[in-house]
Design a protein. Structure first.
Length: 84
């Protein structure tokens, strides 16, 4: 995100387009991370159900779901501020 801020305030040719491109790439990476987190949560749920070790995986699941929620809020804020 710092790179897109530097591109926007740094000047140069086509700084608006450069900043939007960098924000889009950043959002793509953030969405990819969110998908990986979701896959990990599903895998942990499956493991917890198949091995009857729900308590062991409950903390991991809770932390991943919290992180995924915060990442979703962050993505929404970036989208709102970037107005893409």
């Amino acid at each position: 995100m710092r790179i897109s801020t530097k591109a926007l305030f740094g000047g140069g040719k086509n700084k608006e387009e450069t900043a939007k491109d960098r924000v889009k790439r950043y959002l793509g990476l953030a969405r990819g991370l969110s998908e990986k987190i979701e896959a990990s949560v599903l895998a942990l749920y499956e493991r917890a159900l198949s091995t009857n070790q729900g308590e062991v995986n409950a903390v991991k699941i809770e932390r991943l779901e919290y992180f995924r929620g915060m990442l979703k809020k962050h993505i929404d804020l970036v989208l709102k501020q970037a107005r893409i």
